[in-house]
Design a protein around this ligand. Structure first.
Ligand code: HEC
Length: 182
């Protein structure tokens, strides 16, 4: 552990202790404590970075930490059962199953989610695999009734926080070149 990492860990611990043991720490303070906890431990978000590096990444990508945390919760509740706890997908996601469909792919930047513009990703979340085209036969279900537009945006922000730099940069360009509406 570098000196800096150790310092951040100590600092994060102090913030937590301060929040939890303050004289008026009650139910009303729960959300800030939770946000601090989560961002102080990027592993809880499925991110292999220390707290400082992760916060730098969010800032550089213009991602709102509170929205990312919310997206993480929505992902865990609605998507993780198929796409894995942190969007790691199924190891054999390239191999068709016996019924001819593909298993859920990783969404964490190791597959090809970042080849698609925001608009298509949001549409896939809302309408399911039909978004690829009318002849689609796969198993990605429409999730529009489970997660509303703001929630789909939050999930997308969370997914973007997982992607490696190169994937994130490329997807940003693809989105700019394909500006059609969701
Ligand atoms: C019942 C299982 C299931 C659930 C629940 C599910 N998915 Fe999927 N998803 C799939 C499968 C299977 C595919 C692959 C579709 C294909 O290739 O035919 C997929 C594909 C996708 C893709 C396209 C990935 C790519 O690289 O093209 C995105 C984005 C996606 N899912 C996001 C989500 C999100 C976000 C949620 C939660 C709101 C979610 N999915 C919930 C099964 C699921």
């Amino acid at each position: 552990m570098s000196k800096l990492t150790a310092l951040i860990a100590v600092f994060a611990g102090m913030v937590l202790v301060a929040c939890e043991s303050g004289p008026d720490s009650g139910a009303a303070k729960a959300p800030p404590v939770r946000t601090t906890t989560t961002l102080a431990n990027p592993a809880q978000l499925g991110v292999n970075l220390d707290a400082r590096a992760y916060q730098d990444r969010l800032r550089a990508r213009n991602l709102d930490p509170a929205v990312v945390v919310r997206g993480r919760e929505l992902f865990a509740a609605n998507c993780a059962r198929c796409h894995g706890a942190f969007g790691e997908g199924t190891p054999d996601w390239r191999k068709r199953l016996a019924d001819g469909t593909f298993p859920p792919p990783p969404l964490n930047g190791t597959a090809h989610t970042w080849h698609h513009p925001d608009q298509l990703l949001l549409r896939i979340m809302r309408d399911g695999g039909q978004s690829y085209g009318p002849t689609y036969q796969g198993a990605m279900p429409p999730m529009g009734k489970m997660v509303n537009a703001a929630e789909r945006q939050a999930i997308l922000q969370y997914l973007k926080s997982l992607w490696p730099d190169e994937a994130w940069r490329t997807q940003k360009d693809i989105t700019r070149e394909n500006p059609e509406a969701e």
